[in-house]
Design a protein around this ligand. Structure first.
Ligand code: GDD
Ligand code: MN
Length: 371
């Protein structure tokens, strides 16, 4: 039988690259990976979230020359973590690396990462900025601080003993991924923390230092929302097995709403309005604020805009009004008829309306079918 050329040998290593507007990085990244990996049979899976700059077309042009290059083109979806997961699931290579498209991660590490996985007792090899010899390059103080704080939180809450759990550059065996695949939260940027925290057994980690490089072209997609998504990931990892993470977020927003309500009530009273008028105004304002926050944070992946925003606000206010009535009914019954302690009656009423509001708005305000 004629021997297979390198390009048709089954891949030992698949490099999964999530992309969002990275057109000009595709070709140079490919050239660097090719140079770094030499004879090792490899493939690259680009997972593009419908970039507007033609990234997918650049990948396709490359794939026309080299079948080791593959493309997953996602439409109407967003998210670094979920893109990585789909990329991993689309390849059958036994070992998988995740790296950014912008060449900030040092591809020269790939052969060493691979050999560590093949020859040492480790499950995950991480390109690490925070072990001796590594660094964060030209990040500003704000971003460095955020990264360090995030790493600290990640280690505390999830019990991961890794210097750089926020790294977006790592390699692992397929079995390791598959063992935790169904437990992943898949929200946001931090797929490594998600994997480490979701694994049924403690993973053996090796960190190899590298210097985080400057972006070659295009822009970072990092923004405030990503910080929020990181918190959502942590909450899900902490309590997700007991409560749906959206419910927890909805409750947190509700708590913020109560504080906002009291502040506004105080302001209106201070301005000389009657109690009834002040309370009505504060209630309405709090409902609008709650709706806006939930639409922005709790349901950011199904965010309502334009006319649907108005429809959503109306249904949200109607549902919450019924929730408030139920709250009063339950609390009054417990306090008046059952002679429960005031705080038990109050709490039961609040929980009652929270569950009602959450359930009903998830069905009528942010219904999946409408998106
Ligand atoms: N498919 C897809 N969908 N790709 C995305 C999305 C998305 O919604 N958002 C970002 N990407 C791609 C970018 O195109 C890039 O290839 C990679 O994910 C990382 O995005 P950057 O915008 O370059 O992130 P960064 O440099 O600020 O942070 C990265 O490096 C850090 C250090 O390793 C991320 O990987 C962080 O998670 C990591 O901590
Ligand atoms: Mn980057």
């Amino acid at each position: 039988m004629p021997s297979l050329s390198d390009k048709t040998k089954p891949s030992v290593l698949a490099i999964v690259i999530p992309t969002r507007d990275e057109r000009d990085n595709v070709e140079p990244l490919y050239a660097r990976v090719r140079a770094a990996l030499g004879d090792t049979p490899w493939e690259i899976v680009f997972v593009d979230d419908d970039s507007q700059d033609g990234t997918a077309l650049a990948v396709r042009a490359l794939a026309a020359r080299d079948p080791r290059v593959r493309l997953i083109w996602r439409v109407g979806r967003r998210g670094l973590s979920s893109a990585c997961v789909e990329g991993i699931q689309a390849t059958t290579a036994p070992i998988i690396a995740i790296a950014d498209a912008d060449m900030q991660h040092d591809e020269q590490l790939l052969p060493r990462m691979l050999s560590a996985l093949q020859n040492e007792p480790v499950d995950v090899v991480i390109g690490s900025r925070y072990v001796a010899g590594g660094g964060v390059g030209d990040w500003n103080t704000g971003r460095s601080w955020l990264s360090a704080a995030g790493g600290w939180l990640g280690r505390r809450l999830i019990g991961v003993t890794v210097a750089d759990p926020m790294s977006g550059f790592f390699m692992l065996r397929r079995e390791t991924f598959e063992a935790c695949m169904r437990r992943l939260t898949m929200i946001g940027f931090k797929i490594l923390i998600d994997i480490l925290a979701s694994s049924p057994r403690t993973l053996r980690v090796k960190e190899i230092p590298y210097e985080f490089r400057q972006r070659q072209s295009g822009e970072s997609k990092f923004d405030v929302a990503i910080g929020w998504e990181f918190l959502v990931l942590l909450i899900d990892k902490l309590v997700g097995h007991m409560l749906p993470v959206r419910f927890v977020l909805f409750a947190i927003v509700g708590g913020i709403g109560i504080v906002a309500h009291l502040v506004m009530l105080w302001l209106f009273l201070y301005a000389g309005l009657s109690f009834l008028v002040s309370q009505t105004a504060a209630t309405l304002a709090a409902m609008v604020a709650n709706f806006t926050l939930n639409n922005w944070l709790t349901y950011r992946d199904m965010r309502l805009t334009g006319v649907r925003w108005i429809g959503g606000l109306v249904s949200f206010c109607l549902i919450c009004s019924v929730g408030a009535a139920a709250n009063l009914g339950v609390a009054d019954f417990l306090f008046g008829e059952r002679h429960s302690a005031w705080w038990i009656a109050g709490l039961a009423g609040a929980v009652m309306s929270l569950v009602w509001n959450y359930t009903m708005t998830s069905i009528f305000t942010w219904r999946r079918a409408a998106t």
